[in-house]
Design a protein around this ligand. Structure first.
Ligand SMILES: Cc1cc2nc3c(=O)[nH]c(=O)nc-3n(C[C@H](O)[C@H](O)[C@H](O)COP(=O)(O)OP(=O)(O)OC[C@H]3O[C@@H](n4cnc5c(N)ncnc54)[C@H](O)[C@@H]3O)c2cc1C
Length: 469
């Protein structure tokens, strides 16, 4: 039976106001609109009320109320998701963490920090700089820690430092029935029972709401370099990715950018790229000799693999400029195509299968006659195929091509989503990716959220069938 939801009544508003305070609740159109869509192409959907919690206790009490009243609750970080993950498609309560942004404690000697969920990872790193430490997962946008953990976000540095799931030790989570629990511990080694910590990571706010997290930190690298290699074919570039990974070098970033994207990035101030398939790389080291030796080795590998050009820099300003352009690639592309909407996929495969996946995408460009751009975190087998579209007919065509790419990634031992999460758009691929394991996920959801109030319509396909009473 699909869950039946109730509307937010004036009585519920009164009770929510008592929990959060009048200054932390809003039903104004402006606030509803501001929290009705993320950065994806998915349609906006309005919540009925927006609340800004100030404490874990408020979150827990409000969840208990919403659960008893059968009202959906969708958590909101800062809305940079790319798969509609935080769009409140069944209305109800939108719980925004924009006011829970405190660093609770820096455990500098343990290389850890405990934070509230609403802090942006860039803001966190700016505050950690004085300790010489940083939280490495970097999805480009200034996403919140809660949103990153809920989506298991990753990014350009995952190849060296791992995804969000690899950089969290402990979380406090509010459950649908109002219980506040702690999962994991501050010990780096943990073997005590079921791994509930990683059950909540990547669950997109459908199993519980993260109210605090203890994160792993690493020392800020003493030295960093950036390197660029261009190739005459996409295949040569992506085969070099496998060679670099296989060489024992430990890149801190290894990104593939197709020729069309390089041309677009070159419209950024101070960025001058050749219009060719290109690898962007970054290396970290504690000593200049180690940095130099790494650059010499990667240059040699790129040349052996047929690179047409190779350049590197240890100049911080130049390196940052390149990465800024890379991080803004989506905005740059949207700016240069004002008449288009964009759908971005994020399939990922084992590294050895990366050239085959990319070759498949290239062949589809011709076979399906669909325009695509490619940019991706190649070092960890992740690609973003970007599809521009204008109308419903083009959208359907794009989705058909994307479906083939997703199924190919799954066939190659990979996944429909390496980092953006399932959200709304990828639910249809979950049966193919998980098979009978999807039933186990359903059992977990039923057990933790029997009334289906937590972010309904996401992750599990059947939750889209929920109805409004
Ligand atoms: C330009 C651009 C580049 C990007 N690049 C990358 C990239 O390289 N890698 C990558 O992984 N992502 C990338 N993203 C996507 C996005 O930044 C991530 O998905 C990020 O994790 C979203 O965080 P957020 O704070 O914006 O969360 P939101 O988008 O607000 O929410 C994301 C999900 O988290 C849930 N949620 C939020 N807070 C909580 C909480 N406290 N408890 C439980 N659930 C919660 C929401 O309900 C939703 O399901 C990019 C986005 C943009 C716009």
């Amino acid at each position: 039976m699909p869950p039946v939801f109730q509307s937010v009544t004036p009585e519920i508003i009164t009770r929510l106001t008592a929990i959060f305070g009048a200054e932390n609740i809003s039903t104004t159109q402006a606030d509803i609109d501001l929290h009705a869509r993320d950065q994806s192409f998915h349609h906006a959907a309005p919540a009925e009320v927006v609340v800004w919690p100030d404490s874990a206790e408020q979150v827990a009490v409000a969840l208990k109320l919403a659960n008893e009243a059968r009202i959906p609750v969708t958590a909101w970080g800062v809305g940079t998701g790319l798969e509609g993950n935080s769009i409140p498609i069944f209305g109800g309560v939108l719980m925004s963490f924009e006011r829970m942004t405190r660093i609770v404690e820096v455990h500098a000697d343990d290389f850890q920090v405990t934070v509230q969920p609403g802090i942006g990872h860039k803001d966190l790193n700016a505050q950690l700089a004085r300790y010489g430490l940083f939280f490495p997962p970097d999805p480009g946008a200034n996403a919140t820690i809660g949103g990153m953990l809920a989506n298991n976000a990753a990014g350009i540095r995952t190849v060296k430092y791992g995804a969000s799931k690899d950089n969290v030790l402990r979380m406090q989570v509010a459950l649908a029935d109002g219980r506040l629990i702690t999962v994991g511990s501050r010990s780096v080694k943990q073997a005590a029972g079921y791994d509930l910590l990683h059950l909540f990571v990547g669950s997109e706010g459908t199993l519980g709401i993260i109210t605090e997290a203890t994160l792993k930190l690493v020392p800020v690298p003493a030295l960093m370099s950036a390197a660029l290699a261009t190739f005459d074919s996409v295949q040569a570039a992506v085969e070099t990715v496998v060679a670099v990974r296989g060489s024992g070098l430990d890149p801190a970033a290894l990104e593939f950018i197709d020729a069309a994207h390089c041309k677009m990035l070159s419209t950024s101030d101070g960025v001058d790229l050749e219009e060719r398939p290109t690898l962007f790389m970054e290396f970290h080291a504690a000593q200049p000799e180690a940095l130099k030796a790494g650059l010499t080795m990667v240059k040699q590998i790129c040349e052996e693999m047929g690179a047409l050009s190779f350049r590197s820099t240890t100049d911080n300003a130049e390196r940052k400029q390149l990465w800024t352009a890379r991080h803004h690639s989506l905005e740059i592309m949207k700016r240069l195509h004002p008449d288009k909407k964009f759908f971005v996929n994020d399939v990922a495969v084992p590294i050895s299968a990366y050239p085959e996946l990319i070759g498949f995408v290239e062949d589809l460009r011709t076979a399906d006659g669909v325009k695509t751009y490619m940019i991706g975190h190649a070092g960890d087998g992740n690609i973003h195929v970007e599809f521009p579209f204008s109308d419903e007919a083009e959208y359907q065509k794009v989705m058909a091509t994307n479906g083939k790419i997703v199924m190919k990634a799954i066939e190659l031992g990979g996944t429909a989503t390496g980092e953006h999460g399932v959200g709304i758009g990828k639910m249809k691929y979950m049966p193919a990716e998980h098979g009978p394991a999807l039933d186990v996920m359903r059992t977990i959801k039923q057990s933790l959220d029997p009334n289906g109030i937590l972010n309904p319509g996401k992750v599990l396909p059947e939750t889209l069938e929920s109805t409004q009473a």
